[in-house]
Every structure is written in C-alpha cells, then in structure tokens.
Design a protein around this ligand. Structure first.
Ligand code: ASP
Ligand code: MG
Length: 458
C-alpha cells in the first residue's frame, strides 16, 4: 500500500487533475493506493474570507458562487457527459449546505473556531468528490473516504491534535477490506463526538503521514509543484540544486526554518514507522524527487541545505544582575511564554552577562513590554540594563546531519560569511550538531546564504 498526497497546486485546474489521474494510474498498477487530496488552489483562503465576511455582515454571495462555479467547471471538463448531472447535483448540494452555514454565521454575527473549521472542510470535501469521480471516469476503481470518519482529534479547532489510538484502529478497520484506490480528504478530521476539526494550515501532508503510519505503507509520496527539497531557495541562489536524499531530522529543521516543502508535523509519524517520505513534482513526474528517510546522503558536502527566517529581532537582556543569579533564564522564558511569544533562537555566553534571544519581528513591542515589566525592579536598581532590541535581522540556518562528523564545518561557514564582510550578531548550535544558526542584518541575508552555498556546493 502506498500513499500519494496531492497539494492544492496539483489539483488547481482540470489539466493538472488529468496529470494526477495518470500518476495514480501508474502507481495503482503496482500496489493499492491511498490518494490524499488538498482543496483546489487557494480555496481554503477563500473559505476563510467568506466565513469572516459573513460573520461581519459583509457580502459573500459572489465568492460563494465563484467557488461553486470552479467545482462545477472541473466536473464538466473531467467527467463524461452521462455522469455529469449527478455529480453536479452533489457539488451543488454541498455548496447549498455551505450557504446555509454562512447564513447562520451572518445572523449570529460571530465566528467561532469550530464554525471556521466546518467551513474550511468544504474545500477538501469538494475536491475529493470531484477527484474520486474523475479517477473513476478514467477507469480506476476509486472509492471516496471522508477523513472525518477515521481521523479523530481533540477539540483544538484550527490545529487539532490527533488521537492516535482511536485513529489507527478506525483507519485499519476501514482499510481491512483491500481497496485498490481510495481518495481521502486531506486536512480535515473530527472529534470523538463528531464535530469537524482541521489539522493546521497545510495539514493535508500530515493526513498522508497519519494514514501511512496506520497502514504501514511502503512509501508516502508528497506530490507538489517543485522537484524536491533544494539546497537553498532558488530565488536567492540560482545554482541551488535538488537534494536527492535527506533525513527526517534534517527535513524537520529545514521545514521549521522556512523551507516550505512539507508541513513539519508530517515527519513525526513517518519517522516513527521508518516509512520513506518522497517529495515529487506533479508537473515533472519523471524527476526523481527528494527521498526522506533514516540515512543521510553520502554526498561529499557536510552541509545539506541552507535556509533562513526573517524578519526577526534580537532582544538583549544584559547586566551584572544576570551573573551567577539562578532562575534568571527561567524568568525571561517564563514571562515570554506567558505572553505566548515564541522564542526562535537563544544564545548565552558563559560569562552570563547577557542573554540574547530571537523572536518574530512583529512581536517586538509586546516582548519588550513583557520583559520590561518582568524586570522592572532590577532595571530601577540598575542590576539589569533597559532591554533593547536590534534592528530587523534574519536567522540563517545551515543544516546537515553529516556536520557532526566533519570538523571544520563551523569554521568554513563563518569564514565564508566573513569574507563577504557580513557581521554576525549571534550564533547558536544545538548539541545535535544538525544545525548551525546565526543572526545577521536582514539586508545581509541573501548574500550570507549565497556565500555559504558557494563554499559548500560550488
Ligand atoms: N487546504 C489546506 C490549506 O490550504 C490544507 C492543505 O492544503 O494542505 O491549508
Ligand atoms: Mg498545501
């Protein structure tokens, strides 16, 4: 059994859905396939817009009609004339149900996270209905499964947590009878008492991995619109190359640091069950893609890829009061956590004179106010300096599982950056040695990435 997941751009138009049908046909010749689909391109964004508009009393009719039109059009292009009318009726019935919900929201004038999840679920429900019918029309024996029947979560609407024990047993029960092709809605799930939930934006990847793990699949293929994971963002480094092979851990670091290849929770079930994750391009299916597994690549470079997060700001908490005083770090991180501010990077030298942390730039004022109030007394007593934030900066992350066995990598990274006269403001390296991260001014970001790429890949 193999899982194939097709993202929004792969199911954006009738032409791309035709490509999907051919890819599934080739895969289904060898083994049973579970086809996980996202909503059509941008549909989830549109659904969020319409539910927000309706709750604010705004006009959403035009967008709703546009949504219906896109799906009806896909049906008329992809499905044979004889089967069209029943499917169009099905699409219209879903859109009417959605219209009723939106009318309810506009009467109430409020939008709860639970209602928003219900509205978003229509994207995947509609796309899976159309794609299952298109596969059938193409001669494949496809059945449709609404993931809400099998994937169970808690009730954190918008980013629900999967209840694995319940889910695995429901999935296995459903797939007990072997089916050659099953089309499953990505992204959506439900609580034990049947309310619709979603797994976080981009969550269809995660659906694929949950099913892959539950079914002990031979592979989980993520079909997207790029050839695979790249050594750097090709818009910054034109010579960036596709990575043929990488590890779960490296991919986790890369997707956390802004390389938008895969929704990072996806990696957890796949890694636990040692199921290969393969990134493939729907628009270039012959390209080998990127294989993600347990083994690092045996290529010569100790660095696998370079990525970045920006804009961030660096906060400096410094002063004599930090030296040798226990519990200061706890207060810094505790105060930020209570204010729900996410810390992206931490660095503290052993002099203990200062703690330096990176946060997203838009949280700067909130973080400064939080820390100023936490340390108000120490600041008055001059034991801690007023907290300061540097100008907008970027974190560069250099990722590679083989760095730990290659002495000198850190030196090469910093001499490459130094030779371009780029100033490094803070450095952090985890003891896993999988990732060297450092902070530069945002205006130096691209040059720093190119410098390191030239050093390791040219
Ligand atoms: N349709 C959802 C989204 O846009 C899930 C996905 O595409 O993976 O976030
Ligand atoms: Mg996506």
């Amino acid at each position: 059994m193999k899982i194939l997941k097709f993202g929004g751009t792969s199911v954006g138009t009738p032409e791309s859905i035709r490509k999907v049908i051919e890819i599934v046909r080739a895969a289904a010749a060898d083994e049973s396939c579970v086809v996980v689909v996202s909503a059509f391109t941008k549909v989830t964004d549109k659904l969020i817009d319409v539910c927000e508009a309706s709750a604010l009393g705004g006009d959403y009719q035009a967008s709703l009609q546009e949504l219906e039109r896109r799906h009806v059009e896909a049906v008329s292009e992809l499905i044979s004339f004889a089967d069209q009318s029943s499917l169009v009726a099905e699409v219209k019935a879903s859109c009417n149900e959605l219209a009723d919900i939106l009318r309810g929201l506009s009467l109430l004038g409020e939008l709860t996270p639970r209602a928003r999840d219900l509205v978003m679920s229509f994207g995947e429900r509609l796309s899976a209905t159309v794609i299952a019918a298109a596969l059938k029309g193409g001669g494949l024996p496809a059945t449709l499964l609404d993931a809400r029947e099998c994937i169970k979560t808690d009730s954190q609407y918008g980013h629900a947590q999967v209840l694995f024990a319940e889910t695995v047993s429901l999935v296995r029960r459903y797939f007990h009878e072997r089916r050659s092709v099953t089309v499953v809605t990505g992204f959506i799930a439900s609580t034990i008492d049947g309310h619709t939930t979603t797994l976080g934006r981009g969550g269809s990847d995660y659906t694929a991995s949950i099913l892959g793990a539950a079914l002990d699949a031979s592979a989980i293929e993520i079909w997207t619109d790029v050839d695979g994971v790249m050594t750097a963002d090709p818009r910054i480094v034109p010579q960036a190359r596709r990575i043929r092979k990488t590890t779960y851990e490296e991919t986790m670091e890369l997707s956390y640091f802004g390389a938008k290849v895969i929704y990072y929770p996806t990696i957890i079930p796949a890694r636990e069950h040692h199921i290969p994750l393969v990134i493939k391009n729907t628009f270039n299916p012959d390209a080998l893609g990127t294989n993600i597994g347990d083994e690092p690549s045996s290529d010569h470079s100790p660095v696998t890829a370079i990525t970045s997060v920006a804009p961030i700001v660096l906060l400096q908490i410094k002063g004599v009061g930090l030296i040798g005083t226990k519990g200061m770090a706890r207060r810094v991180f505790g105060a930020l956590a209570d204010a729900t501010i996410n810390v992206i990077l931490i660095s503290q030298a052993s002099s203990e004179y200062s703690i330096c942390i990176a946060i997203a730039a838009h949280e700067k004022d909130h973080a400064l106010a939080t820390l100023a109030s936490e340390f108000e007394l120490e600041i008055i007593q001059k034991r801690i300096d007023p907290i300061c934030a540097e100008n907008e900066s970027a974190i560069i992350a250099v990722v590679g599982a083989r760095m730990r066995e290659t002495p000198g990598t850190v030196g090469r990274v910093f001499s490459a950056v130094g030779s371009r006269k780029i100033n490094v403001r803070a450095i952090a390296q985890g003891s896993s040695e999988l990732n060297i991260s450092f902070v530069v001014s945002e205006s130096d970001k691209e040059e720093a990435i190119r410098a390191i790429h030239d050093e390791f890949f040219v």
